[in-house]
Design a binder for this molecule. Sequence first.
Ligand code: ATP
Ligand code: MG
Length: 438
Amino acid sequence: MSIVRRHPRAPAAVGWIVRTLEDAGFETWAVGGAVRDAILGMDSVDWDLATRARPEQVRGLFKRTVPIGIEHGTIGVLARDGTLYEVTTFRRDVETHGRHATVEFADRLDDDLSRRDFTINAVAWHPLRDELHDPFGGVADLERGLLRTVGRPADRFAEDYLRVLRALRFAGRLGLAIDAPTWTALTAATDRLDVLSPERVREELLKVLGADERPTRALTLYAESGVLAALMPELAALVGAPRPNRPVDGWSFALAAVEALPLRRPLLRLAALLQLAGPRAAAQLLVRLRFANAQTELVAALVGAGLGPPPRGAPAADLRRWLSRVGPARLRDLTRLWCAQERVDRALGVPAPVDAAGAWRELRRELRDGAPLRVGDLALDGNDLIRAGLKPGPHFGHILGALLERVLDDPALNHKDALLPLARELAEEGSEARGRRR
Ligand code: ATP
Ligand code: MG
């Protein structure tokens, strides 16, 4: 049961925008997520306003505006506090296609509210009159802790299947139970989720991971509803998968690790979620959801680094090899991941396989000593080899790679006098080998 406020508060600029529009004769209300969150006593920065004014009329009334989406009726109004508020003309759906809607402008607030997804998102608030307009009982649902669609659940999901994912996100973050008819329609809709664009699914997943301190609830609903199996089979495979020597399955372990990581690092949380699925599955999922290449590489690298650092007391050369393979830039993120997993194991009463903080100290020491870790760190390069009389060619790459191996074993070798003779040896061995093949 939540405590709701029937007299929510908003930043002063919201009142100023509403007054400006109403003084010009245009009915205007605060709507959407900010009203919902304010009723629950939570601060929100994203205040959305709905108005009877048409976009051109909104533009005419304010000095500083941004045409965010004129065709959808949205104008950004820049307030003196530096915040951009979205002002959108009342709309009505003309046609829906399961993934996006054709809309037209409407004259009535209720038209606009009835196209919104859930009752809790369809409450309007008038900041000047401090009046709630709530035709679908959203405030009562917040009070009871219930998530319900506006109108017939099956119809509303079929209009836009993204609402399936949104329902799970709101229910999870706000701790709401999903009303039985809504849940029945929702689970039935999961086999149509393939119509959604991967980008929208990706943004939903990032919102769950990056805007919910405790995403376990939402993600558990993903698993229970069939959304996980439909959209992220790589993760569904973890549900019920035994973890050696641990009292929980892979999915529960992954969820706990996600919650041990900061909200501000959704990609790190995603890596924790995918860790037990492995680097191939991780890359496959991220590519399918059209994550940027750099994001996919980061997550796959974090997952690919395995469940821990080199074992305690490993020789320094092993530490350097490990750093060379994983890349020193990832060390901090990896340590965060291991620490999260260590905390989960500790909470489960399982002796943690890694001592994350200890590993971090040892690896940092190698880094601080400036040990050469990549070919670029070597005391010589291809030009030095040419100057030393070696014939340039693709074998240079092999020579430099072999030199790095030697230097990883013994960093003291990293100067020209030591490396050039080794390079000559390697070049001769190479040309003999090529000669034999001929
Ligand atoms: P949050 O910003 O925390 O994700 P929100 O409720 O503000 O939550 P937005 O995506 O910002 O969500 O959308 C603002 C409002 O627009 C919603 O509260 C809802 O009324 C409406 N809305 C957004 N997406 C949909 C949708 N797919 N179907 C119906 N209504 C929607
Ligand atoms: Mg919002």
